[in-house]
Design a protein around this ligand. Structure first.
Ligand SMILES: Cc1ncc(COP(=O)(O)O)c(C=O)c1O
Length: 394
């Protein structure tokens, strides 16, 4: 019997953060002072009450419900109502195992019922998992460019691309740019074309200019809001989030996801209830991020790098200094690693065709941010520019 012929092997792109090993080596020259601000991983503790429920809920023995326990869905709906002043029926809220898996699997699952649609629209400069989700679904990705104010320029989407679109991803506050989008305009755009709009709102409570935004404030028809406790409550290690909105879309995904076995562990669901029930810890976290962003932006300015405060999120999106002729985001990232011992992420990790920015995440404890800020201030603009030329240390 002859073996079936193998098809082409699917090769995923290099994992974005694996590309930063070179920068970590450069920063390591600073020994214990080196600080990694590349990955947006929380460093602050979650509330004690949340952690203690993980060990005492008694929910570990039986299988959890994939859609989420009634208490968890109710807590998430009540949080949306408190924070965004939008009434949501808990029946139209469902659990996800952190939001990355939902971002990566939504296109695949939606396409099962819409095989003729082969395009995923997402911001051109974005969290890389939107594009990965498209690839896993066998779809092409079409990047939507930003308008000058940072919102998505949906008018730039070609008619053929919107006809073929399985879904549109929006993300506000945006990773990596910190830009705030007009979610009402995105919802209207999708409805006018029959394209579901998925709104990744995992940084919603870290909105610095104006109130937090959610797409469901503009109605639930054709839209799904995606939320995470990873950033809000420093629970990235527990893996829990939720999605809510259009009843038919939520039900379709929830039904398919049950079959796949995408379940938030019971103790984590119990902890999520406590986390969503409390806003005080998030208000404290907001102040930490605001302070760190401000300190980092000021120190980078002393080193000749213009880092504006973002509209939201906990990243600085830092352009390469205008007078660094011929330099790109990797050159700036190398200079920051060599000169100040900080690892930051060059913009091509987020889809910039040529990196012209680096992303700096305000995710180290205050004392480490302070020590880094002082190193940057000591270095100054001339020192940082000088650190561009450290020889070929790749
Ligand atoms: C824009 C965006 N969406 C989703 C995620 C995934 O977060 P989690 O899977 O921890 O909920 C991240 C994580 O960095 C993110 O930046």
């Amino acid at each position: 019997m002859s073996a079936p012929t193998a098809g082409p092997r699917f090769t995923p792109p290099p994992y974005p953060y694996d590309r930063l090993a070179e920068l970590s080596r450069l920063a390591a020259v600073h020994g214990d002072d080196a600080v990694d601000l590349s990955i947006g991983t929380p460093c602050d503790p979650p509330p004690d009450a949340v952690v203690s429920v993980l060990g005492s809920s008694g929910a570990e023995r039986g299988y959890p419900t994939a859609t989420g326990s009634p208490a968890m869905r109710q807590a998430a709906a009540a949080w949306v109502e408190r924070r965004f002043e939008v009434a949501v029926d808990p029946a139209h809220v469902a659990a996800c195992v952190g939001t990355k898996e939902l971002v990566a699997t939504a296109a695949w699952l939606l396409r099962l019922g819409r095989p003729h649609l082969d395009t995923v629209l997402c911001p051109a400069v974005a969290y890389p998992t939107y594009a990965m989700g498209a690839q896993l679904a066998g779809c092409r990705v079409v990047g939507v460019p930003p308008a000058p104010d940072g919102s998505l320029d949906l008018a730039a989407v070609a008619a053929d691309d919107s006809r073929r679109a399985l879904l549109l991803w929006v993300n506000t506050p945006a990773n990596p740019t910190g830009a705030l989008d007009d979610l009402g305009a995105a919802a209207a755009w999708g409805r006018a074309r029959g394209v579901p709009v998925f709104s990744d709102e995992c940084y919603a409570e870290f909105t610095w200019t104006g109130p937090p935004r959610t797409i469901v404030a503009h109605g639930t028809d054709g839209v799904v809001a995606v939320h995470s406790l990873s950033k809000r409550s420093n629970l990235a290690g527990a893996r829990v989030g939720c999605y809510l909105g259009d009843p038919a879309l939520v039900a379709e995904l929830a039904e398919l996801r049950r079959h796949v076995g995408l379940m938030v562990p019971g103790p984590v669901q119990a902890a999520a209830v406590v986390a969503w029930d409390d806003d005080a810890h998030v208000d404290r976290q907001r102040e930490r991020y605001r302070r760190r962003l401000g300190r980092l932006a000021g120190a980078l300015a002393s080193a000749g790098v213009d880092a504006a405060m973002p509209g939201g999120g906990f990243y600085l999106w830092v352009p390469v200094p205008a007078d660094w002729e011929g330099a790109d985001g990797w050159d700036l990232a190398r200079a920051l690693a060599r000169g100040a011992g900080v690892v930051a992420s060059p913009g091509d990790l987020y889809g910039e065709p040529v990196a012209s920015h680096v992303r700096v995440a305000a995710v180290a404890p205050d004392e480490r941010i302070e020590a880094l800020a002082r190193r940057l201030e000591r270095l100054g603009a001339a020192g940082l520019a000088g650190a561009r030329h450290g020889g070929d240390d790749r």
